[in-house]
Ligand binder design. Structure first.
Ligand SMILES: [Zn+2]
Length: 525
């Protein structure tokens, strides 16, 4: 039998995924996710959109510099300064990719770009050629490709290949396509342009999940000659999100009897730890019934199912949880666990910490294990993440202490002490409708950052009454929506940490050039 065709997995968690409302990642978090994507075995990492912010530029540059074994891509509109910025980020690190895009559908041409197709083709060709002066690997995406007339799509694809594009991505930008139709687009383009196969040009799928069809559409494309799938961990992304990496990979893998012709090189056992990391860093919780990585994905509730699985797993379970890295038993650390055991656990969970950070995590671990008998993986993740966050250079404020009085007959009052980067401490006090409200208004008085609280969620990190509480908040500052997280055995303190964390993130995002924004923005000539 012939060798299966390798399907490239192009992960865009750090670019499209980060465009999820409120899901900002700091520099350290991006690097940590990128390292885990390499270990997962993805072929391409789209690390950012350098023109949009300094943070994205630095992240793309750092990830490209340290990544071996995966191609790192940076996104650019068909605008010279966008392309130059990616070129600059990738300078001195050969083998990486510039990904340029330009909208091609009728509605985008007429209502957004106000340009005829000839001009769009010319702009795209010039941009691809410009990108090729920096790198040999150029991907071109006709944005809203699935809603572009087929003849237009063929014309622009042929021109892009002629100009030097090595991958052509046909995105279903608005999640409108259905599987057979999307597959047919690939079949048609491939048949109309024999040059694609002759030059070994990769066709790529990029699907959004507005109708819940992103994974199905991606798989339909693969059956028609598409050899790269763009996806994200946990399916995060603009609006309803992108195709979920774990679902695409497990569909091809679990149904290899059907998809005999295709294979990915993903190490599936690394999926679950990375899913947890992305969820924790972005603050976007995975829905319980999410395929592959949801809390209930391998839970059997009905007695008849439980009975069946105990007799023979395959009766009701098509994937062994261990295959995707779901731990079979919870390893517990405690007061008497040493630094070594802690380090082992941190490495198993996928984190890379240096000695200094390890020292700080160990101190925090000892404090926690004094308060709490059993320390679970989730607790350790929370400790490591708060240290990674604390070491981020973008943090302006740190919670030093707080005191709250409240009760059935008292006006809730909070006194808060914050320190800035220079270590200068500022104290203020405020009353509020409740203890959390009092803390939040004291924090606003100190930082001078006015925000509106959009969402407040509290959950226990693990089980048991000594579990740590995790507070996740979403706040709005002008037109920015940002999430913050805080963890503590004291939920009031966790609430304060989450709020301070959100305010620090506002500062980080506020420096971005929002005008350059998302995929749907109009190119500025
Ligand atoms: Zn997208």
């Amino acid at each position: 039998m012939a060798e299966p065709t390798p399907i490239r997995i192009f992960d865009t968690t750090l670019r499209d995924g980060e465009q999820s409302p409120g899901a900002t990642l700091n520099y350290q978090e991006k690097l940590e996710i990128a390292r885990n994507l390499v270990a997962l075995g993805v072929d391409v990492i789209e690390a950012g959109f350098p023109i949009t912010s300094d943070g994205d530029f630095k992240a793309v540059r750092a990830i490209a510099a340290e990544t071996e074994g995966a191609v790192v891509a940076g996104l650019a509109r068909c605008v010279a300064r966008d392309i130059d910025r990616v070129g600059e980020a990738l300078k001195g690190t050969p083998g990486h990719r510039i990904h340029v895009f330009c909208a091609t559908s009728k509605v985008h041409r007429e209502k957004k770009l106000h340009k005829p197709i000839d001009e769009i083709i010319r702009l795209s060709v010039d941009s691809i050629k410009r990108a090729r002066t920096y790198v040999d690997d150029v991907e071109f995406s006709p944005e809203d490709g699935s809603r572009t007339e087929l003849n237009v799509l063929v014309d622009i694809t042929a021109a892009a290949v002629e100009a030097g594009a090595t991958t052509i991505n046909i995105p279903d930008t608005v999640g409108y396509a259905v599987p057979a139709e999307y597959g047919e687009i690939f079949r048609h383009v491939r048949e109309a342009i024999p040059e694609l196969d002759r030059r070994d040009i990769y066709l790529s799928a990029h699907c959004h999940n507005d109708l819940g069809l992103a994974v199905a559409n991606s798989l339909a494309a693969v059956e028609q000659g598409c050899r790269q799938i763009e996806c994200t961990i946990n399916g995060i992304g603009e609006r309803a999100g992108n195709a979920a990496l774990e679902e695409v990979v497990l569909a091809l893998r679990t149904r290899r009897d059907y998809y005999t012709r295709f294979a990915t090189q993903i190490h599936a056992a690394r999926i679950y730890p990375l899913s947890r990391m992305v969820s924790n860093f972005t603050g976007l919780q995975v829905q319980r019934n999410k395929a592959i990585v949801g809390e209930n994905a391998f839970a059997h509730e009905a007695g008849i199912h439980q009975d069946g699985v105990l007799k023979e797993r395959s009766t009701y379970e098509i994937i062994d949880p261990a295959e995707v890295g779901v731990p079979s038993s919870k390893l517990v650390l405690g007061k008497h666990s040493g630094r070594h055991a802690l380090r082992d656990r941190i490495v198993t969970l996928g984190y890379h910490v240096d000695e200094i950070t390890l020292g700080r995590v160990y101190e925090a671990f000892k404090t926690l294990s004094d308060k709490k008998k059993s320390v679970y993986d989730e607790d350790i993740e929370a400790l490591v993440e708060s240290q990674i966050d604390a070491s981020s250079s973008t943090n302006l404020w740190r919670l030093v202490s707080l005191q709250v009085t409240s009760g059935t007959n008292a006006i809730p009052t909070a006194t808060v002490v914050l320190a800035d980067t220079t270590g200068t401490q500022v104290t203020d006090a405020s009353t509020g409708d409740g203890p959390v409200d009092a803390i939040y208004s004291a924090v606003q008085r100190i930082t001078g950052v006015a925000v509106e609280l959009l969402d407040y969620q509290l959950r226990a990190v693990t089980h048991g009454k000594d579990a740590q509480g995790e507070v996740s908040v979403e706040v709005r500052h002008k037109d920015l929506r940002v999430r913050g997280r805080g963890i503590s055995t004291d939920v009031i303190e966790a609430s304060a940490h989450a709020y301070v964390n959100a305010i620090n993130r506002i500062r980080q995002v506020a420096t971005r050039d929002r005008a350059a924004g998302g995929e749907g923005e109009e190119p500025r000539a």
